[in-house]
Design a binder for this molecule. Sequence first.
Ligand code: ADP
Length: 171
Amino acid sequence: MAKSQDFIQRSLVVLKPDTVQRGIIGEIIQRFERVGLKIVGMKMVMPEEKLYRAHYEDIGQMITRRGEQAFRYNVEYMMTGPVIAMVLEGVEAVPLVRKIVGPTEPKSAEMGTIRGDYSHMSFGYSDAKGVGVPNLVHASGNAEEAKKEIDLWFNANELYDYSDLNEKFTR
Ligand code: ADP
């Protein structure tokens, strides 16, 4: 039988430059905290292009999935300012965080998700404008990618094991 600990996952979340520049870091973090996810690592960083290439292509295979142009626009968008990188921990946290964030295209994201509540741009508009889609948050796509992304963004000594008050009721 699976042990309860086997269900505990960590997910990488990045609050993108639009979240930082719009001044809504606190509002977005609150959405993760209120479901009982635990922040086990967090920092403001302005990564070099090399990190974004590793993140979106080596791990995320974005060129294969979305094409060279979308990849280039996206890297340009991510390089427009500092971001907040976080590691969130909880029960099946990887799919949970994706649910909270919503799908990639803001236009298609349901109200109640971060992308649906805070943005409305479409793929058609971003392509015509020649920009990356500003959709506030990155969240790991699956458990395997989450492990690789956390390794890429964080050193082991930047992640913390501790108990929080939510755990008793939310996991
Ligand atoms: P997600 O972030 O939802 O996992 P992807 O990994 O496919 O989505 O894409 C990475 C990011 O690149 C998206 O979050 C979005 O900001 C941007 N992006 C995706 N597709 C396009 C596109 N067609 N044009 C511009 N930017 C895009």
